[in-house]
Write a protein that binds this ligand. Structure first.
Ligand code: 4NP
Length: 151
């Protein structure tokens, strides 16, 4: 099973999800491939946002080796499931889908923890510290649910 998590910049929400999922996959020795990407080209090659990295470190999650990349259409072939953080990411990814099979792979990340509720992980980039902890809690809960499903 290969899972891609996607946000706008690939420096806040989706690298956090990647780091948490990798942490859980390693802990439970699961055969899941995890990666993340951004729909924009704003931060290609950059490490995650320092505020995201610092908050994750408080929870024992290391994001220091991750680097941002842009979502590409070939990701539809390389992954079984593509989870997006908000409805804007959803629209951006669906706009690149070539067919119905591609579209079926895409869902909101929080639909893992709250099925069909279509909740978003809010973009913390322009907000304060509390936003990063809120994002951590939302992403952690959905990640645990996802791992439970696949162990
Ligand atoms: P992310 O957050 O999509 O969770 O990585 C953002 C990062 C950068 C920007 C917006 C959101 N930006 O506008 O540069």
């Amino acid at each position: 099973m290969k899972i891609l998590v996607v946000c706008l910049g690939n420096i806040c929400r989706s690298p956090l999800a990647e780091g948490i999922l990798l942490h859980l996959v390693n802990e439970k020795k699961l055969a899941l491939k995890i990666d993340s990407a951004g729909t924009s080209n704003y931060h290609i090659g950059e490490a995650p946002d320092a505020r995201t990295t610092a908050n994750a470190r408080k929870h024992n999650i290391d994001l220091s080796t991750l680097r941002a990349r842009q979502f590409v259409v070939e990701d539809f072939d390389a992954f079984d499931k593509i989870f997006v953080m908000d409805k804007s990411n959803l629209q951006n990814v669906l706009n690149l889908a070539r067919n119905e099979e591609d579209k079926q792979k895409v869902d909101l990340f929080l639909n893992i923890s709250q099925p069909n509720a279509n909740m978003e992980v809010p973009d913390p980039y322009f907000g304060g510290e509390a936003g990063f902890e809120n994002v951590f809690q939302l992403v952690w809960n959905a990640s645990e649910k996802l791992i439970e499903k696949h162990q």
